[in-house]
Design a protein around this ligand. Structure first.
Ligand SMILES: C[S@@+](CC[C@H](N)C(=O)[O-])C[C@H]1O[C@@H](n2cnc3c(N)ncnc32)[C@H](O)[C@@H]1O
Length: 191
């Protein structure tokens, strides 16, 4: 069984194929080497990104102990311990010590503004942040699809986040609604 199949069988949420293909191309095309990932789950996306090139290093954060433990095993099984550092912690306690080429945000969608403000200063000048699930399974475009209060509150937060980055002069953004579950690319606006 592949790691992807294992994740799907266990109901562990993982990156969609289209988003992964997009990230891989971005990393290869730009020669990105230093990556921070918020939300490791069982290590699937980190492993796929690390496999692109031996020189890539990924720091990835996961607060769920069971998933973290599985991620450690999966990284080891793939022989990628030198390339992937997994941290068992809550993102809110993260102290960032150096700058990254790519920061992939794949954790609590309600906290995207916090994660943006926390990480954006730690992007190299040519770097990019990628936020996943901007469509939130189609609900952002069509809120009428659900009456679930939790889903509606999540959708509202995602829309607030998109408005926030759109209205702020620091950010150059591209919203790619047709990739995976929708991604948002955020870079420094060139002066
Ligand atoms: C969508 S999954 C990550 C999937 C992974 N990137 C992949 O594609 O293989 C999101 C993960 O973020 C973790 N997470 C959510 N909020 C977090 C937080 N505040 N701190 C650390 N991890 C968090 C969840 O436990 C979950 O495993």
């Amino acid at each position: 069984m592949t790691l992807k199949d294992k994740a799907l069988a266990q109901g562990v949420p993982i990156i969609k194929d289209g988003t992964l293909a997009y990230l891989k191309e971005l990393i290869s095309k730009n020669g990105y080497r230093n990556i921070l990932e918020l939300g490791s789950a069982i290590g699937y996306s980190a492993i796929e990104m690390a496999k692109i090139d031996d020189l890539i290093h990924i720091d990835t954060i996961e607060r769920d102990k069971e998933r973290y433990d599985q991620a450690i095993v999966n990284v080891k099984e793939n022989g990628l311990e030198d390339q992937i550092s997994i941290y068992h912690m809550d993102i809110k306690d993260l102290k960032i010590w150096h700058d990254y080429d790519l920061i992939f945000v794949d954790a609590g969608k309600a906290h995207n503004i916090e994660y943006l403000e926390m990480c954006f200063p730690h992007l190299v000048p040519w770097g990019v942040m990628i936020f996943d699930n901007m469509n939130f399974h189609g609900f952002v475009k069509d809120r009428g699809l659900t009456h679930n209060r939790h889903t509606l509150s999540m959708v509202k937060k995602i829309q607030e986040f998109i408005d926030y980055v759109q209205e702020d002069d620091r950010f150059a953004i591209i919203l790619e609604e047709n990739i995976g579950d929708g991604i948002l690319q955020v870079r420094r606006k060139s002066l």
